[in-house]
Design a protein around this ligand. Structure first.
Ligand code: SAM
Ligand code: SF4
Length: 365
């Protein structure tokens, strides 16, 4: 049937810290139904069906109206199949990255009391035949390897041949991840290394675990043999922390030495508790480092994973990956223009002062 709808409504689920929603679009979409609400998961599914019905009649929920995912086309009838599940229902972690959008404090694997279990939900979806080899399951978190039920969920998903991606800091090696990498389906892991040396690692992650991470990556590469393309190393660029060419070069050196084939780059998506950058112009050094990273990846023969939201930040020159207003766009352009002028005039003034000083010196002579 031809109507305005989106892929999320027709088969996505977010298992988030706060509860459930039928949409994985990070920046837009419906409210979460809190997991404490009675039959919260079921209520989310009922809400999905109701909205599909409304959309067929041209009624679009207010929060969806600006969403780029919304599309008018001949949609297949919803058959209950879930094609994307994003799991991030816990916050505990064994690192404490200064930028972390989860706001994870250093829990070192101790489960927070207000988390819920996602295992029964995955079990239920499998029993009901709603997950199959076409379903994509992404583990985010918190740190997945710190989640007690993580190996059990992964094992279950492997029986259904789901396509899985695990985002991990790589501090703890997990055997089931190696199994997952060897499976037929194109399963992947993305390890956020963000640097090229131990010192920078400590500054960013606030734990001294650089060597452990390198060892974990080596094991995954060894375990997955010819499938090592499935192991991605990620680098989020931060001003004055890891935006130098030297640091990026060291990162690529590591990738080369341990047999990594795929890399990813990103910038701050500003949800962090440390964030002071919302709607602010992105630093020139970060833009330069972003370009340099791509150039080096190409030159050295690495596959570069695309991050459209990060590309959008770089293109808009503003730390905001939603669609920006013309006014914000103008402000960011002015910011860069003024910076350029300021640089030009500071240079001119300093040249003048220098010449003036020289002239004075020669007069004194
Ligand atoms: C919250 S982490 C959890 C997974 C795992 N602990 C890790 O560090 O990869 C999920 C993803 O969000 C990314 N992330 C966290 N904070 C971010 C920020 N402020 N800007 C951009 N990406 C961020 C991480 O790099 C990671 O790929
Ligand atoms: S390792 Fe991941 S979850 Fe842990 S603090 Fe860093 S970004 Fe957050």
């Amino acid at each position: 049937m031809q109507y305005k709808c989106c892929n999320h409504i027709l088969g996505s689920i977010d298992l988030s810290f706060s509860g459930f929603k039928y949409c994985n679009e990070v920046w837009e979409g419906p409210e979460y139904i809190h997991y404490n609400v009675e039959n919260a998961f079921q209520k989310n599914e009922e809400r999905r069906l109701k909205i599909i019905g409304e959309m067929k009649n041209g009624i679009i929920p207010e929060k969806c109206k600006q969403c780029p995912m919304l599309e008018e086309k001949d949609w297949k009838e919803f058959d209950g199949k879930i094609h994307k599940v994003t799991i991030f229902n816990w916050k505990h972690c064994n690192a404490s990255c200064f930028y972390c959008s989860v706001g994870s404090d250093y829990y070192d694997g101790v489960k927070k009391s207000d988390d819920y279990d996602s295992l029964p939900i995955i079990q239920k979806l499998i029993e009901e035949g709603r997950l199959n080899s076409e379903s994509f399951i992404a583990f985010m978190g918190g740190e997945p390897t710190m989640l007690e039920e993580f190996p059990h969920i992964l094992k279950l998903l492997l029986t259904k041949n789901c396509r899985i991606e695990v985002l991990t800091n790589g501090i703890k090696y997990e055997h089931i991840i190696s199994e997952m990498l060897k499976a037929e389906n194109y399963n992947t892991i993305c390890i956020s290394l963000d640097c090229g040396c131990r010192e920078t690692y400590k500054r960013i992650k606030r734990v001294d675990k650089f060597d452990e991470v390198i060892e974990t990556i080596k094991k995954y590469v060894l375990d997955s043999k010819d499938k090592s393309k499935r192991i991605k190393l990620k680098y989020i660029i931060f001003p004055n922390v890891n935006d130098s060419k030297k640091e990026i070069d060291k990162f690529f050196e590591i990738c080369k030495n341990i047999g990594i084939k795929t890399v990813a780059r990103a910038v701050n998506h500003h949800e962090s508790k440390m964030d002071t950058t919302k709607n602010q112009a992105i630093e020139t050094t970060v833009i330069k480092a972003y370009t340099y990273f791509e150039k080096q990846a190409k030159k050295l023969g690495f596959e570069l994973q695309k991050e459209p939201w990060a590309d959008a930040i770089i293109e808009n020159k503003v730390y905001n990956c939603r669609k920006i207003s013309p006014l914000t766009r103008l402000k960011s352009e002015l910011h860069f223009l003024l910076k350029k002028f300021a640089k030009h005039y500071i240079y001119k003034v300093s040249n003048f002062l220098f010449a003036f000083e020289q002239a004075n010196i020669s007069t004194l002579d």
